[in-house]
Design a binder for this molecule. Structure first.
Ligand code: IFM
Length: 467
């Protein structure tokens, strides 16, 4: 049976600056932590970097036309901090702001709503050299940068997101080290998590001050749908611990103004959390206009037994450093069923569960799926077309879960397919393709896959057909 989404639902695609722009040395841009990291041998598969990426910096207008052809009504992109404020301090570089102003104007000319993310992981390297997110000052620098971008674009962008997936910035960046800046210090990761939260709250305040009344403020988290392998007390406790580190470390201060007591006690052997100052939780709990949820796959955990591997997130990395400070004794397991090219299980029920969880936890707060999608090893056929039926099945399953959650009371306002284009997939380089549009990395030619046409029809009609 086909199902319909309400009129006004946002049907979008999403990207991030470092993953698509390239042009890393143009217009006064200076290196971000991802430039440094990707140029460090052994950090990114195949030695890939974002130097050229998919050349969106030069192909911006064509990419907007491409989106318009797909019929989407919204586009989520991120601003590169080192492109607009190269050292992370001081005045903005006009050429950097002009790029985003032109992008936004082209989107608006095509009837596409811009949804702007301020931070999708590309911290100016100079701020990392000064200590990065483990240092409190970075949160204040982020709020200044938010003000600069809001003053420049607030007259034409209504939807603002502070951070994208602060879990990845804090725990993959500073604990497991598989993301930039590649540090492996669990205490630095907890400090980073707090300063990202603080930066979010301070930036949200700065946005409210700088934006017209219609401006909307949000944050995109990647909550984990954590499942216990069994319902033994030990496995349920493993789930509680990972839920604290994956989810509540961000959502408790953001939504409720306090860190979870169990998180503080689970990590007390590492830190006394004295880096949280008196008013910080109140600053972090800035009222939001919506909550962005990025979802790909659930996690299955248990109490570790002797035969289990060290606690790693099921993300395809086989590094031995854990991204989970204080969660020794927890093991991760592969969920059963199909997997994507990332090795991530395909399980839309995790998305349903998360939508219902935040519906209960934050009544009245609208939800937006700000990322969902899958990587598959897509290749053009003999006639140059690219068929990706697995991606259509993945999207269909997840959108059915969104619809079911809405029928059960979740106030979901939009869905953003990750990603518009194949692009630089962080530590995996260009080997993993998430795009609805195929990119030939030799010629930069764009070829909409069959999923792009399928999604265009959905965006046009709002009707999810039977699959
Ligand atoms: O490519 C990333 C994106 O930058 C953040 N969310 C997950 C995506 C797929 O790994």
């Amino acid at each position: 049976m086909s199902v319909s989404f309400p009129p006004g639902f946002l049907w979008g695609t999403a990207t991030a600056a470092y993953q698509i722009e390239g042009a890393v040395r143009e217009g006064g841009r200076t290196p971000s932590i991802w430039d440094t990291f990707s140029h460090t041998p052994g950090k990114v598969e195949n030695g890939d970097t974002g130097d050229v990426a998919v050349d969106h910096f030069h192909r911006r207008a064509d990419d907007v036309r491409l989106m318009s052809g797909l019929g989407v009504n919204a586009y989520r992109f991120s601003v590169s901090w080192p492109r607009v404020q190269p050292t992370g301090r001081g005045p903005a570089v006009q050429r950097g702001l002009d790029f985003y102003r032109a992008l936004v104007d082209e989107l608006l000319d095509h009837g596409i709503t811009p949804v702007l993310t301020l931070y999708h992981w590309d911290l100016p390297q100079e701020l990392e050299t000064a200590g990065g997110w483990p240092e409190r000052d970075t949160a204040y620098r982020f709020a200044d940068y938010a003000r600069i971008v809001a003053e420049a674009l607030g007259d034409r962008v209504d939807r603002w997101t502070t951070l994208n997936e602060p879990w990845c910035s804090a725990f993959l960046g500073y604990a497991s080290g598989v993301h930039a800046p590649g540090r492996t210090d669990p205490v630095a990761a907890l400090r980073a998590a707090h300063h990202l939260n603080l930066g979010h709250g301070l930036a949200a305040q700065a946005l409210r001050t700088a934006l017209p009344a219609r401006g909307q403020v949000s944050v995109s988290i990647n909550p984990s749908a954590v499942r216990a392998r069994t319902d033994t007390e030990a496995d349920l406790d493993a789930r509680r611990r990972i839920d604290a580190l994956a989810n509540r470390v961000f959502t408790d201060p953001m939504l409720h103004g306090a860190y979870p007591a169990d998180l503080l006690s689970d990590t007390e052997h590492l830190t006394d959390w004295s880096f949280v100052h008196g008013d910080d939780p109140a600053v972090i709990r800035h009222p939001l206009d919506s909550l962005g949820i990025n979802y790909y796959a659930p996690s299955v955990v248990s109490a570790a037994t002797d035969s289990d591997l060290p606690p790693e997130r099921n993300d395809g990395h086989d590094g031995t450093r854990s991204p989970w400070p204080g969660a020794d004794g927890v093991a991760f397991h592969q969920a059963p069923g199909d997997v994507t090219d990332m090795g991530w299980p395909v399980d839309p029920t995790g998305l349903y569960d998360l939508l219902m969880r935040y519906t209960r936890e934050a009544p009245g707060l609208p939800l937006v799926i700000t990322e969902n999608g899958a990587a598959y090893p897509d290749k053009p056929g003999y006639d140059g077309t690219v068929h990706d039926p697995e991606r259509i099945r993945y999207l269909h399953g997840h959108l059915s879960a969104v619809h079911r959650a809405m029928a059960d009371g979740a106030d979901v306002r939009g869905y953003f397919l990750w990603s518009l284009l194949d692009n630089f997939e962080w530590a995996y380089g260009y080997g993993k393709r998430f795009g609805a549009v195929y990119v030939d990395y030799d010629t930069q030619a764009r070829v909409p896959k069959s999923s792009a046409r399928w999604y265009a029809e959905l965006a046009r009609t709002g009707v999810l057909p039977d699959c």
